[in-house]
Design a protein around this ligand. Structure first.
Ligand SMILES: NC(=O)C1=CN([C@@H]2O[C@H](COP(=O)(O)OP(=O)(O)OC[C@H]3O[C@@H](n4cnc5c(N)ncnc54)[C@H](O)[C@@H]3O)[C@@H](O)[C@H]2O)[C@@H](O)CC1
Ligand SMILES: [K+]
Length: 480
């Protein structure tokens, strides 16, 4: 079976590779070198014209041109724009290296500079105009260059995708008609119709198996939405014997970007939580001290008004409370279940976030090794997503499995599990369960690492909450 990656998944893999030590620059170097190698092996050292765009696809073209020139081939380069239009770090660096290697680069400042003659005086054209960053129909200089390339008798080799190919849709209304596509890492949907060679560019195994910043690129969060409420409404149901736990969950959900977070708690807890922070909306339940059967009807409307319910934290295990939690669970559709809501007799669904002891309680299984197989089988049989917490977290929907190894030793302090549940709830309110749980595990651990750098073993769960927006901002900005 052919393994496909989408343009978004490729971006995520590249970001994870960078995080796990193979930089964007190294990936580009490998990509360009591989194109030059394939071309030399198939066609020998002919006169080559490399047509480069301003993004990273063009960057690959600069690298390929340098390698071909170094191996003695006659190479010239057309850049569709000015050198100053090349903005992305690795592409800028490789344009510089190309100039240092004394390869002629012609900067195209106006459409008239693109003439038929320049595309006919070569035997091979490397098409490095647009890659996976392309969307919609090719425009401007790119469109003109694509037409001229297609009218040239030269052999055409496309870098990663034929320019003009929209990797999001697999559509190609106006694109280069290549003799060969050299695509990176894995097949992209729609490329089957071309003569395509897949080459390895050194994305490390860990970038695929482990959560990383790339997993944040696969989810939506605040900033991807325009109106209030669109970034998610989360209802936290918990509290009773413990009061801080649901408050931490709610604060974490807010810091992750949820628009509206409501905490439904027994009255005593609700009053105290309301006094913690003006950011928290509380919904007092019927009893003063614990969640009871009388709350089931009371919560029906609240549940319908929120996108995701996060429940269990701080509720205690009074039998009446557990019975009520089970009944409330039946009313929920999208739900994150933690702590006291993790009981074997409950109708578990959505995302469960057990540590190993809780996992034993709900599955009857004592995890021996890394827990991957046990968690996967449990998720498959219950049709839910498991986020099994540990030194290395396991996230699985029964089919896919991701590991997460962010986190710090200081996170053994109480309350960090409540924080993770809150992050998970906020992301799940606007994303699919598996992607939300994976990104949540990464963010929670990375926030814990940041808090540990600042506070060492004195870190508190509230410090982790404080760091959530910083890590989300940092990792979303770091893209090649
Ligand atoms: N991110 C990375 O580090 C790596 C990226 N790689 C290469 O980078 C490519 C993706 O790079 P980018 O994300 O920079 O994107 P591209 O280089 O594919 O294109 C980006 C540029 O094209 C413009 N554009 C988009 N659609 C257009 C259209 N229809 N008509 C005209 N212009 C259009 C955009 O405004 C942007 O300036 C991959 O295909 C691959 O070749 C490889 O170097 C491996 C490493
Ligand atoms: K291309």
């Amino acid at each position: 079976m052919v393994e496909y990656v989408t343009a978004e998944e490729m971006r995520a893999l590249e970001a994870n590779a960078d995080y796990y030590g193979v930089s964007y620059g190294t990936l580009m170097e490998n990509a360009g070198r591989k194109v030059a190698e394939v071309l030399r092996a198939l066609y020998g050292c002919k006169r080559v014209l490399v047509v480069c765009g301003k993004g990273n696809n063009g960057g690959d073209g600069f690298v390929a041109a340098r390698y071909l020139a170094m191996s003695g081939c006659h190479v010239s380069v057309i850049l569709l724009g000015r050198a100053s239009d090349v903005k992305k770090g690795p592409a800028v660096e490789n344009l510089f290296k190309l100039r240092m290697a004394k390869v002629d680069v012609m900067e195209i400042e106006a459409p008239e500079m693109l003439t038929r003659e320049s595309f006919e005086a070569c035997e091979i054209i490397i098409d490095a105009i647009l890659g996976t960053g392309s969307y919609g129909v090719a425009r401007g200089l790119a469109a003109r260059a694509i037409n001229l390339i297609n009218n040239s008798p030269a052999i055409k080799v496309s870098v990663d995708t034929p320019s003009g190919f929209d990797a999001r849709t697999g559509q190609c209304p106006l694109c280069v008609k290549p003799d060969l596509v050299v695509t990176f890492h894995a097949m992209k949907k729609g490329l089957e119709r071309y003569n395509t060679e897949v080459v390895d560019i050194g994305i490390p195994e860990k970038a695929m198996t482990h959560a990383g910043p790339g997993d944040l690129l696969l989810i939506k969060s605040r900033g991807d939405f325009e109106h209030k409420g669109q970034s998610g409404r989360v209802l936290v149901i918990g509290g009773g014997p413990y009061i801080g736990a649901p408050a931490l969950t709610a604060m974490a959900a807010l810091r992750t970007g949820a628009d509206i977070v409501t905490v439904a708690s027994p009255r005593r807890a609700a009053d105290i939580i309301a006094s913690y922070s003006p950011n928290l909306i509380t919904y007092p339940l019927s009893d003063r001290n614990k969640i009871t059967g009388a709350d089931v009807d009371l919560l029906t409307e609240q549940i319908s008004r929120h996108d995701v319910i996060v429940m269990g934290m701080g509720a205690g295990h009074d039998p009446e409370t557990l019975r009520a939690l089970g009944e409330i669970m039946k009313l929920c559709d999208r739900v994150v279940l933690d702590a006291d809501a993790l009981q074997p007799e409950m109708p578990l669904k959505g995302i469960v976030t057990p540590h190993r002891g809780e996992f034993r309680r709900i599955s009857g299984i004592d995890v021996a090794g890394d827990g991957q197989e046990e968690a996967r089988e449990f998720s498959r049989s219950k049709n839910l997503v498991t986020l099994l917490k540990g030194r290395t977290d396991v996230i699985t929907d029964g089919q896919r499995v991701k590991l997460n190894s962010t986190g710090s030793p200081g996170m053994t302090v109480g309350g960090t599990g409540d924080v993770l549940a809150g992050i998970t709830g906020a992301l799940y309110s606007v994303n699919p369960a598996f992607e939300a749980a994976t990104a949540a595990a990464f963010i929670s651990g990375a926030a814990g690492e940041m808090a540990f750098r600042e506070k060492g073993y004195g870190l508190l769960a509230t410090d982790v909450v404080h760091c959530i927006p910083y890590v989300m901002k940092e990792f979303r900005q770091q893209q090649g």
